[in-house]
Design a protein around this ligand. Structure first.
Ligand code: PNS
Length: 170
């Protein structure tokens, strides 16, 4: 029998990583031998954090993870399917929170399928406790000094404090 590692890519903006993302990564690790967390380098989109800052926060957040050898942290530009092919990935993981995610995710998955038959998109449900969490909502709360504890990993909270001085009062 062929002993081939099953690699999945978990792509995203991760601006920044949230506990919802962490939950999806942990679910992905139960299915695949390796999960590549791939931060999109997208010069067309304004982000709060640079790609290097986002990678650094992700690295720190997983630095003592029990399954660290199965997690690869990387960035990519261009088409996701090309990156997936380059990494010999069999799957693209996307998190699904609510129906509102469905339309754009469905469109993206079908486009990726049209572009490549070699990679399957799989959707994983986040845990109920993360259903209302997104990078955007966390940024909005933090910008106005709201407490984001328990919504994002500790290294993310620390970095957010550098961007949003109001958070230092928490
Ligand atoms: O976290 P996000 O912003 O929802 O992630 C979106 C992402 C990075 C998965 C998507 O924008 C992407 O794959 N971009 C790469 C360009 C590409 O392949 N586009 C065609 C598929 S829609």
């Amino acid at each position: 029998m062929e002993n081939k590692e099953r690699i999945a890519i978990y792509p995203g903006s991760f601006d920044p990583l949230t506990n919802g993302h962490v939950d999806i990564i942990e679910r992905g690790l139960k299915i695949f031998d390796k999960v590549i967390i791939a931060v999109l380098y997208n010069p067309a989109k304004t982000a709060l954090f640079s790609v290097d800052e986002r990678l650094d926060m992700i690295r720190k957040s997983f630095s003592s993870h029990s399954n660290q050898s199965s997690i690869i942290i990387d960035s990519f530009g261009g088409l996701l399917v090309d990156y997936a092919r380059q990494k010999n990935a069999v799957a693209i993981i996307r998190g699904m929170r609510a129906i509102s995610d469905f339309e754009s995710e469905f469109q993206m998955a079908l486009m990726n399928r049209r572009l490549s038959r070699d990679v399957q998109t799989i959707f994983l449900m986040t845990g109920l406790r993360w259903i209302f969490i997104s990078s955007s909502i966390i940024k909005e709360v933090a910008r106005f000094g709201g407490d984001i504890s328990g919504m994002a990993p500790h290294p993310v909270k620390c970095k957010m404090k550098e961007k949003f001085p109001l958070l230092n009062e928490k």
